[in-house]
Design a protein around this ligand. Structure first.
Ligand code: FUB
Length: 326
């Protein structure tokens, strides 16, 4: 898929100072703010979200920002974490224009790692980059070369790094869209180089946006299915006894309802109180049929596991029905 047609291309800088209240009145709400592909993580009891785009429509595809909240009522901009013009290798593919999207973060040994997709996908292959920082808000420094390059039908997009709590090994999950192919690599301890590729099966209904989490010894691979701007876009999952499979398909977790369409590209987080949340994007009551127009919105909802460890379908909420912290 040729990416970014749907992303804001304005190059406006908003106030990037800390403690910027993004949403006005401090009330719990869904959707939370404009953005897509949210990678969420808790840092010192605060939920941080690293999305494609961002609140207010002023986050262009040439940079990433981070946003955090202590209560899921008021959000604070953590500023720009990476700009496209700091990625020195980006023009090596000879393409005229480039875009950034779908960031994922990880931390290890006191460092923070930001993984991201670099387009276009056609005619040159998409690539995945990684940048390193000493703190979550960066600034992140790109390592100077792509970590993964697409080709032969594989789209190098939607990176997600996962450190297996059991083995301590780190894995990179990536791939999707038209090729709809999942690939997994084991990363070296430095998190910025590849040790080896681990051959994995494509899970049923896989399109893109892979996310891995572990709970009670079970590994949950969840991912988006369908076309990103249509009503069939949804989140499905499979479970496995290891971070690399074999996958057992378990069904859909998030699907369109009457008002919210095409929910996808999500992450799971566990709150300091032990509640699991899913952070994802959706189209808010879109006008007209697919392909939907406008911008995707970040939303947060509760995840419930059944006694056997399966995930119950997520109910998408609005306004003050959304979860809050602590
Ligand atoms: O935001 C761009 C693309 O849309 C991502 O790569 C996909 O996961 C979908 O969310």
């Amino acid at each position: 898929m040729m990416m970014m047609r749907h992303l804001p291309v304005r190059h406006v800088t908003i106030a990037l100072v800390g403690a910027l209240a993004l949403g006005g009145a401090a009330v719990a709400r869904n959707p939370q703010f404009q953005g897509a592909d949210p990678h969420a993580t808790f840092i010192d009891g605060e939920l941080w979200v690293f999305p494609t785009g961002g609140p207010g429509g002023s986050w262009a595809a040439d940079r990433f920002g981070a946003f955090s909240s202590r209560d899921l009522k008021a959000w604070r901009s953590r500023g720009e974490v990476l700009r496209i013009d700091t990625i020195k290798w980006i023009k090596d593919d000879g393409a005229r224009e480039h875009f950034l999207w779908a960031p994922g973060v990880a931390t290890r040994d006191g460092k923070w790692f930001l993984y991201y997709s670099v387009g276009p996908q056609n005619p040159t292959p998409s690539r995945i980059g990684v940048a390193v920082a000493d703190r979550p808000q960066g600034p992140y420094t790109d390592i100077g070369r792509p970590l993964v390059t697409g080709g032969n039908g594989f789209e190098a997009i939607d990176p997600m790094a996962f450190i297996d709590p059991k083995s301590g090994k780190a894995y990179l999950y990536a791939g999707g869209s038209a090729g709809a192919k999942l690939r997994v690599w084991e990363l070296n301890r430095d998190m910025t180089s590849i040790a080896r590729e681990v051959p994995v099966d494509n899970p049923p209904q896989f399109t893109e946006g892979a996310f891995m989490h572990e709970r009670n010894g079970t590994y949950y691979l969840s991912y988006s299915h369908g076309r990103f701007n249509g009503p069939d876009y949804s989140v499905h999952y499979a479970t496995a006894p290891s971070p690399t499979g074999p996958w057992r398909y378990r069904g859909a977790i998030l699907t369109s309802d009457r008002r919210h369409k095409g929910p996808g590209h999500h992450s799971f987080v566990v709150t300091p109180k032990g509640e699991t949340l899913i952070v994802y994007h959706r189209w808010e009551n879109p006008a007209g049929p697919a392909p939907f127009k406008g911008e995707r919105q970040v939303a947060i909802d509760r995840v419930r596991y059944a006694a056997d460890g399966t995930i119950r379908p997520v109910v998408m909420t609005d306004g003050d029905k959304a979860p809050t912290l602590p």
